[in-house]
Ligand binder design. Structure first.
Ligand code: HEC
Length: 129
């Protein structure tokens, strides 16, 4: 090979290499379809009111339906569905369940906490999933 063709081969190789380097992080940053974590303010409410039952240490039935320990492992679609169910249950005043509300009234979320959850649940719009 001639000196010039070796040089152009190297330059071409370098260009391809830097193009690859540049394009990979862009793909990695596209997290719009990735599963999200609970925002701090939501996490606080959930920890206070829901984690006695809805964690891996909780009751069989409650953790099968909703497990906050596994939240970040839920696929985005499941997170969206569960967020909607959380809103639905809380809006009905059905969670925590009646027996728990009577025994441990401190678990019942306040109206302010309910509106935080509601806003969070509504943030799962169709175009982000
Ligand atoms: C004392 C235990 C207990 C506490 C505390 C509790 N839950 Fe539950 N939850 C259950 C049980 C048991 C079920 C399953 C039976 C049912 O659906 O009624 C359930 C079901 C649910 C479901 C239905 C999930 C589905 O996919 O159908 C949602 C949503 C939910 N809980 C949200 C919450 C939220 C939010 C909190 C906190 C504000 C909470 N729960 C607190 C026991 C609890």
């Amino acid at each position: 090979m001639k000196k010039t063709s070796v040089l152009s081969f190297l330059i071409l190789g370098f260009l391809v290499f830097s193009f690859l380097l540049m394009s990979f992080p862009v793909k990695a940053q596209d997290t719009s379809k990735a599963s999200g974590t609970l925002p701090d303010e939501v996490n606080k409410i959930v920890t206070a009111s829901c984690t006695p039952c809805h964690t891996s240490q909780g009751g069989l039935m409650s953790k099968a339906k909703l497990n906050f320990t596994e939240w970040t492992n839920y696929p985005p679609k499941k997170q969206k569905e569960k967020a909607a169910k959380i809103y639905f249950e809380l809006n009905k005043g059905a969670m925590p369940p009646k027996a728990a509300r009577e025994k441990r009234p401190e678990l019942i979320p306040t109206n302010e906490q309910l509106s935080i959850i509601k806003k969070w649940s509504e943030s799962f719009t169709a175009d982000t999933i």
